[in-house]
Design a protein around this ligand. Structure first.
Ligand code: SF4
Ligand code: SF4
Length: 91
């Protein structure tokens, strides 16, 4: 039995069925927009172009990111590891 993932308050989430190599899996991608400064490191490091910049108001520079291809995620964790503000959670 799988447990429902509980993200911290304020996180938006995307869920998808993914295939990693030959293995079927599920991914939950969480993003905390209030902490995101739009540095785009996640966009740059993601090998599958899961993240995309969007114009949106935030407290830093009016740019945020969003998930556009959750089902392409290979759970490599690069975005979560490199986000300087701990705004990404991958399960
Ligand atoms: S875990 Fe890897 S593939 Fe998935 S969104 Fe992050 S960088 Fe992209
Ligand atoms: S790396 Fe983190 S702070 Fe930078 S744009 Fe991505 S989610 Fe936002």
């Amino acid at each position: 039995m799988s447990e429902k993932i509980k993200l911290p308050d304020g996180f938006r989430s995307w869920e998808a069925d993914v295939k990693i190599g030959k293995k079927e899996d599920k991914v939950t991608i969480g993003h905390w927009a209030d902490g995101c400064k739009g540095c785009l490191i996640c966009v740059d490091v993601c090998p599958k172009k899961v993240w995309k910049p969007i114009e949106a108001k935030n407290k830093y520079n009016g740019q945020l990111v969003t998930v556009v291809k959750a089902d392409a995620c290979i759970k490599c964790m690069l975005c979560e590891i490199h986000c300087p503000d701990f705004c990404i959670k991958i399960f």
